[in-house]
Design a protein around this ligand. Structure first.
Ligand SMILES: Cc1cc2nc3c(=O)[nH]c(=O)nc-3n(C[C@H](O)[C@H](O)[C@H](O)COP(=O)(O)OP(=O)(O)OC[C@H]3O[C@@H](n4cnc5c(N)ncnc54)[C@H](O)[C@@H]3O)c2cc1C
Length: 435
């Protein structure tokens, strides 16, 4: 679709005139964690932000529902109360089970991150984040499916989006558009930004069981996922929801030969068959269907800024390849994008605003570039036959190695100073080129 954008000379964080209701300074497509966070931080600067979300809250999102301390920090920064009285289930760390061993690794206590993680169903979490953005002043339209970009005729730049809603079709316009529409990011695809085949991708499935383990205060991760006599690159998880159920699932990386040929439901059932009967992971106790989705990792869609469109969260392939965590990176990239956009829209000329927007990929690279390059090497290694088995057998019985591994995999180090492990991981991430 091609249309002329209306001339926008001033933004509403200046003293500019109000626009028609369908227009905004910034349109955010998708109100998952990435979209709501972007909208929250933008609205705080006084910009007029419009979020378009195809579903209506509360809505389900296939997820493990687990947050590491990195995610907790980002929620706290947005002024979200994460107390147990407010329904959050805290966890003390990660229990790793593999090669016949069981190891409890408490989250590190750091100046930059709290020493606990959280669990919360996505039906709650995502609604809470969307409401937080609204409280900050963002406008949210639910039940609005964005169907494609509106492009400037001569520039090819995105100047708005076309959308389908209950009472027909409509066009919304803004100076900057944010794609926060998740893994498949149809908007990015329509702008020519496809997934990169040279970047990792995971697939994960999950369901819920009524279980006495629902109040476990550790996140549990099982490294023993077998395909015949081969240990698969991935892990199974059991996260207590605190409401009588456990979120149980597994995820695999695309770096093994088994990827694409795996029956995930059968693998889940086979893995659970080996669990003690009293944990209750049986068909009678299953409370939800088994559902799956992809995990786009390690910047697997780039560039993150193109012709007026910024990609945040899963749309930009921001899931951490080391551990499959995506919520924290959705929240953080939303904040980074918002800061860049606010600077850009305060500039007096279009050329100067464009220069600021082009800084977004560099800001992301500063935050994660080297670390994600390291992670991509890691996922290649564990996809090799025998490597996963070797690492599990030798790693799990060495607590010191596992503590280092936990900090590395969770991206939980002090930004400055810290202990020898922090300094080693930070140095590796800095030395590794962001590519
Ligand atoms: C099985 C599984 C388990 C996982 N477990 C964890 C975990 O325990 N912890 C963790 O940190 N991460 C986990 N992840 C990853 C995590 O779910 C994602 O990284 C996270 O949801 C990314 O947030 P997002 O806002 O970028 O995208 P999403 O959460 O996917 O949000 C995208 C939003 O955009 C909306 N949308 C899409 N298309 C349109 C459109 N055309 N118009 C309007 N709206 C649109 C969608 O309805 C949705 O609300 C898991 C993923 C899977 C698949």
């Amino acid at each position: 679709m091609t249309e002329h954008a209306p001339p926008v000379t001033q933004t509403s964080n200046g003293a500019g005139p109000r626009r028609p209701a369908d227009d905004a300074d910034v349109i955010v497509v998708g109100a998952g964690p990435a979209g709501s966070t972007t909208a929250y931080y933008l609205a705080q600067t006084g910009l007029d932000v419009l979020m378009l979300e195809k579903s209506a809250f509360p809505r389900e999102k296939v997820c493990g529902d687990g947050l590491t301390p990195r995610g907790v920090r980002a929620l706290v920064a947005m002024g979200i109360s994460v107390s147990e009285q407010d329904g959050w289930v805290r966890n003390k760390g990660l229990r790793v089970i593999g090669a016949g061993k069981r190891l409890e690794l408490p989250w590190p206590e750091l100046s930059s991150y709290p020493g606990y993680g959280l669990v919360r169903p996505r039906t709650d979490l995502d609604q809470m984040l969307a409401r937080r953005a609204q409280q900050a002043g963002a406008r949210l339209l639910e039940g609005v499916t964005v169907t494609g970009p509106v492009l400037g005729e001569r520039t090819g730049r995105i100047t708005g989006v076309a959308a389908k809603e209950a009472d027909g079709e409509r066009t919304y316009r803004a100076r900057v558009i944010v794609a926060a529409d998740g893994n498949s990011s149809r908007l990015s695809v329509a702008m020519g930004l496809r997934k990169r085949d040279d970047r990792p991708l995971g697939v994960a499935v999950r369901t819920y069981y009524q279980s006495p383990r629902h109040d476990d205060d550790y996140l549990e991760s099982w490294l023993d996922l077998w395909d015949g006599d081969r240990l698969l690159p991935g892990y199974g998880w059991i996260f207590g929801m605190g409401d009588g159920t456990s979120n149980v699932g597994l995820g695999l990386l695309n770096t093994s030969a088994a990827f694409g040929h795996t029956d995930y439901h059968a693998l889940l059932r086979k893995w659970l068959e080996g669990m003690p009967a009293e944990w209750g992971f049986t068909e009678e106790n299953r409370t939800q269907p088994i559902r799956g989705a992809a995990l786009p990792m390690g910047f697997n869609r780039t560039p993150h800024y193109y012709q007026g469109l910024l990609l945040v969260g899963d749309a930009g392939g921001m899931v951490n390849p080391f551990n499959g965590e995506g919520i924290a990176y959705a929240l953080e990239s939303g904040e980074i994008a918002a800061r860049v956009i606010a600077q850009a829209l305060s500039r007096p000329t279009a050329a100067s605003a464009e220069l600021a927007l082009r800084g977004y990929p560099a800001a992301l690279n500063d935050a994660y570039g080297g670390y994600y390059t390291l992670a991509r090497t890691f996922v290649q290694l564990i996809g090799r036959p025998g490597f996963m088995q070797f690492a599990t057998r030798h790693g799990v019985k060495r607590p010191a190695v596992m503590r280092l591994t936990m900090k590395l995999l969770g991206n939980l180090t002090e930004a400055r100073g810290g202990d020898a492990v922090d300094r080693l991981i930070n140095a590796l991430s800095k030395m590794t080129p962001a590519a």
